[in-house]
Design a protein around this ligand. Structure first.
Ligand SMILES: Nc1ncnc2c1ncn2[C@@H]1O[C@H](COP(=O)(O)OP(=O)(O)OP(=O)(O)O)[C@@H](O)[C@H]1O
Ligand SMILES: Cc1ncc(COP(=O)(O)O)c(N)n1
Length: 287
């Protein structure tokens, strides 16, 4: 980003900004993002877009933060601390999407990861249709990387989910998403069938990469999407390429799922500190 107040001096630590909703249960949203940033040895800042009353069983209540307050938070962070990368999660209204796009442009944040959050795993809508359309039209063209799951990819493209089943169909869908303007697309495979979770990366270099990891037999996967996108943003802030960032992010999320904790009566959260354990990074996916 343009960082006039640093006058060309590098930041003492990589900085990453999360622009997302709060999850009171601590498993997804901003809470997952900040834990991930810390584990990957980056300094995390956060702009709150929504408050949710949420736990392992689902989302009980959602309240959007006024767009002007989102804009003020963005200005407070970016005009002083600055950032080396940013990541968006839950952007509940079109006004909030517009405020985010405007700040990203004005401050020249070019390492932007957009996680096109739409509904919680439990099915509750987190974002209205107008906001999702605004994200597609004005935020995706600013993204270095967008990380949809299969239902989100289908909603962005306006196609049915049964048209995006096989790996070839997922690769074609990822390529079609490049047409919406992001520089790279990681189409996640958590929702696809099979013994492996295969994520497909297509990017500006024209190539395709597959990141595969065994599908872990657990229901404690609350916050996987947020964690993956946050880890990718932390890696971009460290100066890694999109492909390197996706490889590390996949390994990070796999390790955190392997050590997920059965808290609450429903889908429990990941254990982000798994990354510190000797040997756990050995669960790195094949690429
Ligand atoms: N059971 C699992 N075992 C291993 N990896 C998984 C599992 N479920 C999801 N993943 C991986 O976690 C990451 C997030 O994928 P997923 O498709 O679940 O995203 P998402 O639906 O956006 O997540 P969320 O459930 O947080 O909304 C991907 O890298 C995916 O391959
Ligand atoms: C604030 C917030 N942001 C994102 C998600 C999506 O995560 P998941 O699909 O795992 O519920 C969520 N539940 N809450």
């Amino acid at each position: 980003m343009k960082d006039p107040h640093r006058q060309g001096r590098p930041s003492p630590v990589p900085r990453v900004l999360a622009i997302a909703g709060s999850d009171s249960g601590g498993g997804a949203g901003l809470q997952a993002d900040l834990k991930t940033f810390q584990e990957l040895e980056t300094y995390g800042t956060c702009v709150v877009t929504a408050l949710t009353a949420q736990n392992s069983l689902g989302v009980q209540r959602v309240s959007a933060v006024p767009a002007t307050l989102v804009a003020d938070q963005l200005e407070s962070v970016l005009a002083d601390i600055g950032t080396d990368a940013a990541k968006t999660g839950m952007l509940p209204t079109a006004d909030i999407v517009a405020a985010v796009a405007s700040a990203i442009r004005r401050h020249g944040v070019d390492r932007l990861v957009v996680d096109p959050v739409r509904t919680a795993t439990a099915g509750t809508a987190l974002v209205n249709d107008e906001a999702f359309g605004a994200l597609r039209d004005i935020l995706l063209p600013l993204a270095a990387l967008v990380t949809p799951n299969v239902p989100e990819a289908c909603a962005l493209l306006g196609v049915r989910e049964d048209e995006v089943r096989t790996l070839d169909e997922r690769e074609s869908a990822a390529r079609a998403l490049l047409g919406l303007g992001p520089r790279a697309v990681l189409l996640k495979g958590g929702h696809a069938a099979g013994d492996e979770c295969v994520d497909v990366l297509v990017g500006a270099d024209g190539g395709t990469r597959f990141f595969a990891a065994p599908r872990l037999p657990t229901r404690h996967t609350h916050g996987t999407g947020c964690t993956l996108a946050a880890a990718a943003a932390a890696c971009l802030a460290r100066g890694h390429s999109a492909a390197e960032a996706c490889g590390t992010a996949k390994a990070f999320v796999a390790a955190a799922i392997a050590r997920a904790v059965p808290l609450g009566r429903g889908a429990g959260p990941l254990w982000h500190a798994a990354w510190r354990e000797p040997g756990i990074r050995g669960s790195a996916p094949r690429t």
